[in-house]
Design a protein around this ligand. Structure first.
Ligand SMILES: Cc1cc2nc3c(=O)[nH]c(=O)nc-3n(C[C@H](O)[C@H](O)[C@H](O)COP(=O)(O)OP(=O)(O)OC[C@H]3O[C@@H](n4cnc5c(N)ncnc54)[C@H](O)[C@@H]3O)c2cc1C
Length: 213
């Protein structure tokens, strides 16, 4: 499937000033000094200059498709084509579980995977296991589908002092490291940090109060 199939149909002058090399987040809503339409808040462009759905929240994506429609896009965005299950219209779109993920849904699923990876990591890992995990994290940080997230994650790991390098000797180290990595993103997004002393109760054993039993 080509990338354009998953993109809203946008007016051609929506972001003519944004080249692929300048792909970035948009922070303005209306028109610029040249009368060119700007992207709604929070819409992140992909490296090819097209809106990156997996880098953008569902709310910002909806604003983008609304804006595109309002500006007279000729074809209906793929995201809102009627399907047999979506024939009724509501004024406020309800979150659905059969649509492509936004940056948050992708993130939640991925953190579940990443923390579960630490939960199932050996208590003491062999050199080979450590090597495999190091390779995985390197590849993961290049291929994660939200490219801005991947870039930041990769840069965080490569911090010059070496203090953020993956700690892979065993489960305790790796679980705490992953928690710190997650907290780095939490901080960036203005979210509450997680107390890393409890990563294992959250992701492996269940809470001591028995609520997960
Ligand atoms: C590698 C990576 C980079 C990302 N970068 C960005 C980005 O640049 N911009 C962006 O908008 N989104 C990014 N995300 C997505 C973002 O981190 C969240 O997943 C998303 O915003 C949804 O957040 P949430 O509040 O539902 O909970 P999430 O942050 O997804 O957390 C899920 C659950 O994990 C637990 N948890 C929270 N913090 C920790 C922790 N430190 N350790 C252990 N458990 C924890 C909590 O129980 C929480 O409910 C990234 C995701 C990943 C995997």
């Amino acid at each position: 499937m080509s990338t354009s199939e998953s993109q809203p149909s946008l007016p051609r002058n929506l972001f003519p000033h944004q080249t692929p090399a300048a792909a970035s987040s948009s922070t303005e809503e209306t028109k610029d000094a040249n009368g060119m339409t700007k992207l709604p808040n929070g819409v992140i462009l992909d490296k090819d200059g097209k809106p990156c759905r997996l880098c953008t929240s569902a709310a910002s994506w909806r604003n983008l498709t609304k804006q595109a429609k309002a500006q007279g896009a000729t074809s209906t965005p793929a995201t809102t084509k009627p399907t047999p299950e979506s024939t009724t219209s509501t004024s406020t779109p309800q979150p659905r579980d059969d649509c492509p993920p936004d940056v948050e849904a992708l993130g939640r699923s991925t953190w579940t995977f990443l923390h579960s990876l630490t939960a199932s990591y050996p208590v003491q890992a062999t050199q080979e296991q450590q090597g495999e995990m190091r390779t995985f994290l390197k590849i993961f940080s290049r291929l994660y589908p939200c490219w801005v997230c991947a870039d930041d994650f990769r840069n965080w790991m490569a911090e010059p002092s070496g203090r953020n390098e993956p700690r892979l000797k065993g489960r305790a180290d790796f679980g705490t490291w992953m928690c710190e990595a997650h907290n780095e993103v939490n901080r960036k997004l203005g979210k509450k940090e997680f107390d890393c002393r409890f990563w294992e109760e959250r992701w492996r054993t269940g809470w001591k109060d028995g609520r997960c039993d």
